[in-house]
Design a protein around this ligand. Structure first.
Ligand SMILES: [Zn+2]
Length: 281
């Protein structure tokens, strides 16, 4: 297994991407952009079908475990495609026919690195102190007002939406990826709570709730509605608003961020089929 989690940092992500593409020649890896500090935002593509799905992870510094969930899923799907073996009982080759999956395991590598070096401040933002999941152009003004009420008015460890929507290179990279990707739906991986969010405003597609319920049935996760500060500015919010297509946030695992490394196998096992199905739906 390439994706046996020993270390959590950006360098290990790069090494893992390299090892995966070396073993599975059909897996394509290319940066979708760079972080504030110049780290690559890796994108991994499986398949070449026109029905495209995006799964992105580690938007928040303390949520590095979601990057490993993303990479493990990638390895499991690659192995299944390569060896013609089922995964969770699914014939991945047949299920992926006409489809492709783009995985961005670490949207916020700088934040992960800061978080690993400075556990005390519970860093979630990027290197500019902007919370990427508050920086997307969906209800950004409303979110900024809510931030101000909480006394959040500038760069900090979490929940500041930045000076303007899409001000950050990581946000811009995901927006540009969606502009060229024509994704049928997107999934953002966060932690924690074992929940699936699927709503954003009037443009939420009809099928979103049923899709969320299907994914929840595969994992035991709960289908949830947003409240408070979690309700604007996120990637899935923007995707729904922009494209009127389904977008989901999955909150992986349960506990206090950063979830411990020892939780990884348990979290992955519970979420595996849900994530697989999210690529097939
Ligand atoms: Zn998060």
């Amino acid at each position: 297994m390439i994706t046996t989690v020993r270390q959590l940092d950006y360098g290990t992500v790069c090494g893992t991407v390299k090892a995966l593409t070396a073993r599975y020649r059909f897996l394509c890896a290319a940066p979708i952009g760079q972080s504030v500090q110049g780290r690559n935002l890796w994108g991994l593509t499986l398949g070449s079908g026109k029905e495209r799905v995006l799964i992105a992870a580690a938007f928040h510094g303390q949520e590095w475990l979601t990057a490993w969930v993303c990479l493990r899923l990638c390895e499991d799907m690659c192995r299944s495609l390569h060896d013609h073996t089922p995964l969770c009982g699914w014939n991945v080759r047949r299920a992926m026919s006409g489809r492709s999956l783009v995985l961005v395991p670490m949207v916020n590598p700088d934040g992960v690195e800061i978080g690993l070096r400075d556990a005390e401040h519970r860093w979630q933002a990027n290197a500019n102190g902007v919370d990427l999941n508050h920086n997307f152009n969906a209800g950004w003004q409303e979110l900024q007002q809510a931030e101000r009420k909480k006394g959040i008015v500038g760069p900090c460890a979490r929940q500041w939406g930045g000076a303007s929507p899409e001000s950050e290179p990581e946000t811009q990279a995901l927006v540009a990826l969606c502009e060229r990707g024509d994704f049928r739906h997107v999934v953002a991986l966060h932690s924690q709570g074992e929940e699936i969010y699927w709503q954003y405003g009037e443009h939420t597609p009809r099928e979103s709730e049923l899709m969320a319920m299907t994914m929840a049935a595969a994992s035991g996760y709960v289908v949830s509605s947003p409240t408070g500060l979690a309700s604007h500015g996120g990637f899935k919010d923007w995707f729904i608003k922009q494209y009127h297509r389904p977008g989901f946030t999955m909150e992986l695992g349960k506990g206090v961020n950063p979830l411990p490394l020892s939780d990884f196998e348990k979290i992955y096992e519970k979420a595996q089929e849900m994530l697989l199905i999210s690529a097939f739906l």
